[in-house]
Design a protein around this ligand. Structure first.
Ligand code: HEC
Ligand code: HEC
Length: 306
């Protein structure tokens, strides 16, 4: 906070305090000339004004309020950049709440972490907590129902880029799967293959999932088959993919980036760089374990509701 705004707030707050005190002192010290019957002499439509002193209890309440105000602005950071003698901060408050939360839930996460993932996946109470972790951390990319979207894999099916064994899921969530050369990155082939080559290999890829092609495209596919040799290193000679490098199975009808001729061409020409972030540092091992059980549960008929 700049010195100007700090001073501005201090002047405004203390000005208010001075005003509030001043009004009371003035009201108490004002001498009103009274008539013999204790009225002030003001009269409107036959209604006369009495001059009774303010009730004592009300005055005490008022002064109590003033005293509380003074205590408050001295104790808490209420006056500009002055920190208050109690040393309270909203960050400190948050840290305290978080420590209390951790103390309460740490044993629960610890107990879950000791259970094997296959077993945890059937624990309804655990999956309820995991579901909240999922919504807070994963739903933005994989969808609230975990069915994914273009470029973000569906986690509820049994088609895996990196493998659906518990250890593989833990590895995916822990360290992420970043698009790097030699793994998890689909290189761009436009330059290497040329326009004709891209068309041919696209047609071939479509035949892998038994797509019906026009006669002309069928010809392209035949030419494309030989070119697929450069793809086999990652997608396998049969096109069924490889978990070690996250290369998708091209023989099923599940597409990460779309299965239209245009989308597949696009993928092959320009490549794809899907990146799954790492959660080790953000969530810690125990929560990753719980989330892995949740993901496992989604595709193995576990207790997760989605
Ligand atoms: C910023 C977006 C993003 C967030 C957030 C995210 N993911 Fe992912 N995730 C991805 C992408 C993209 C991929 C696919 C990576 C690839 O294409 O190589 C992926 C892949 C995965 C896979 C591998 C699926 C397979 O078929 O092998 C799992 C499992 C997974 N994510 C779980 C999670 C969990 C659990 C969370 C929450 C802790 C999460 N993800 C948060 C983007 C995200
Ligand atoms: C270096 C390994 C590697 C090579 C070589 C490679 N790919 Fe890929 N491919 C990948 C990876 C990894 C992905 C997933 C990218 C992602 O998740 O973002 C992928 C994705 C794809 C997809 C998208 C699938 C979907 O579900 O949307 C198609 C299609 C594809 N590759 C075809 C090919 C073809 C055709 C070739 C040969 C010309 C080829 N790839 C060569 C690694 C490779």
């Amino acid at each position: 906070m700049s010195a100007f705004w700090s001073a501005y707030i201090i002047v405004l707050s203390l000005g208010c305090l001075a005003f509030v005190i001043g009004v009371m002192i003035m009201a108490n010290s004002l001498k009103v000339t009274r008539e013999a019957d204790n009225t002030t002499g003001h009269e409107y439509d036959g209604i006369k004004e009495y001059d009774n002193p303010m009730p004592k209890w009300w005055q005490w309440l008022y002064w109590g309020g003033v005293a509380f105000f003074i205590f408050y602005v001295l104790a808490y950071p209420a006056l500009g950049s002055y920190k208050g003698f109690l040393g309270w901060t909203s960050v400190g408050e948050h840290d305290k709440d978080k420590a209390a939360y951790d103390a309460k839930y740490a044993p629960i996460f610890k107990a879950y972490a000791a259970k094997p993932i296959e077993e945890l996946a059937h624990d309804a109470a655990a999956m309820k907590i995991a579901g909240r972790l999922y919504v807070n951390n994963c739903a933005a990319c994989h969808g609230a129902d975990a069915r994914g979207a273009k470029g973000y894999p569906n986690l509820t099916d049994n088609d895996w880029l990196y493998g659906g064994e518990p250890a593989q899921i833990v590895e995916t969530i822990t360290n992420g799967r970043l698009a790097v050369e030699g793994g998890s990155k689909m290189p761009a082939w436009g330059e290497t293959l040329g326009e004709q080559g891209v068309k041919e290999v696209t047609a071939y890829v479509l035949t892998l999932s038994d797509r019906k092609l026009s006669e002309a495209d069928q010809k392209l596919a035949e030419a494309g088959q030989a070119r697929f040799a450069v793809c086999a290193g990652c997608h396998g000679a049969d096109g069924r993919g490889m978990h070690a490098v996250g290369a998708p199975n091209l023989t099923d009808t599940i597409w990460l980036y779309g299965g239209s001729q245009k989308a597949v061409e696009e993928t092959i020409r320009h490549g794809r760089n899907g990146a799954m972030p790492a959660w080790k540092d953000r969530l810690g091992e125990e929560k990753v374990h719980l989330l892995a059980a949740y993901v496992y549960s989604l595709s193995h008929g576990g207790a997760a509701k989605h």
